[in-house]
Design a protein around this ligand. Sequence first.
Ligand SMILES: Nc1ncnc2c1ncn2[C@@H]1O[C@H](COP(=O)(O)OP(=O)(O)OP(=O)(O)O)[C@@H](O)[C@H]1O
Length: 549
Amino acid sequence: MFACAPANHPTPMPPPHRTDPDTPATDWHAQELLLMREVMKLVGRSLAPAFVLREMLHLMSELLGLNRGRMVLADEATPGTSGAERTASVRHAYGLTAEEAARGVFRWGEGITGRVLASGLPAIVQDVDAEPLFLFRTVARAQLPPQTVAFIALPIEVNGATVGVLACHRIRSRQRHLNDDLALLRILATLAGQLLQLEQLVAEERRQLAARNQALEHALDVGSARYGLIGRSPALLRALGELERVSQSQATVLLLGESGTGKELFARAVHLASGRRDQPFIKVNCSAIPDTLFESELFGYERGAFTGASTARAGWFEQANSGTIFLDEIGELPLAMQSKLLRTLQEGTLVRLGGTREIRVDVRLVAATNRDLAREVQAGGFRQDLYYRLNVIPIRLPSLRERREDVRALALHFVSRANQAHQRNVNLAPDALARLEAHDWPGNIRELGNLIERLVLLADHTLVTAAALERFMPTALDRAPPAPASAPIPPALPAAGGLVRDYLSATSHDAQTLQDALTRHQGNQSRAAQSLGLTLRQFGYRLRKAGLR
Ligand SMILES: Nc1ncnc2c1ncn2[C@@H]1O[C@H](COP(=O)(O)OP(=O)(O)OP(=O)(O)O)[C@@H](O)[C@H]1O
């Protein structure tokens, strides 16, 4: 007979039977204590429920004759599964074959096990043969002893919800009271629930740690392994992949891309990813050096090479020895210097200005340009042989338009950088981030970085919404076309003695002119300086004087 009894009113049991197979002298109380002691020892040894629960079922059988014990636990509900469709399966068992355990799957409400799952109440079947609801699904009748077999099933609860069933068979007629079994099984079911709850907590904690770990790994990835390059767009990762493939070789890398796409950061990444990472990285902006100074800047000079050369000086190439030299805007290199550069690249030697001695240098060249060098070659402005030499490994850097997915990450990166620099606490609202993402960014990352810096300094509220952002967004007016990439360097700076610049008043340009030049060139200081006929250094000095930097 099947009975679903509330926890504190177990079904009354028949008196012990004479045909009890147990030894009359069995001290059940001692057996129970032994079982509890062993189970507690197991818990102390391992909190892994799989191990403890299986051993618990084993001890139930060995010490108390509660056979074919099993834990039937709720299966993960797939989204949209209704209550009635939920299932539970045998997860831990003792005395069942693998096939029997595999058959033990029950829907909520199905058979005795399903009813315990659905009601949360214990069930005692005094005689499985007399109970129409008994399914014999897991263990066929033929596999059970021929005597009258009882079945006990108790709910396992976690946080007040039924998550499974602890069940077993026993010969009904034994010396030992069924009520005693029920009382003990209750304790074991409670313990099982606590172990499962603990397992859930550990799994949740582990999930949180894994997520945190992933976030930290991501930060590390972004911060160091990926050389400070923010972004995960396929276009950026493709360029980065190409970079990493060639970084170990000594070949010259030519970085191609619009202004502000991160060519300098990439050049540093080539250096950092190579075996030269502990050696110098020297950056030379070719557009900031007047023609007359190129040779002495790049290759150095000997004492007395020109008026004012009172001591010898090593040029950038020598200073970059064993490391990497980054020639930015290489399209600006005058033809005469192109030949000298080619010779140094081919022969690995240089001669200082005013000297005769050949100096050996081991330098890896990374060059960058936003010009179409092939066209320059056709137009006669760039040496073909140097072009071929430089173009061994061209890497094209995507514009920000081509990797809008990165705009958010970049914007947040710049916000945090500017907040730190200016001790502010400005944040971007989701609609502001969406607005930034929708913009075309003709000035690329530099333009985005500059906008965020202005915003952090000037925003009225700490949370910047799309509406508040609007006044900072570049207008058509700001988008005066940048100076043509092939514009000649303005004929400012006639050099005395070929190498010493003329004096130019430090107040030669007012703040507004400097700011306008910067705006016209999307914050690119080299180009802004160039457009005013200043060197980068002169421009920087004037910016500082005008309080703009
Ligand atoms: N992927 C990136 N992650 C973070 N910051 C970036 C990234 N790319 C560029 N930047 C930042 O954007 C600004 C412009 O980058 P960079 O100076 O390297 O551009 P560029 O292509 O060399 O420009 P130009 O050709 O005008 O010299 C810099 O402040 C740089 O730190």
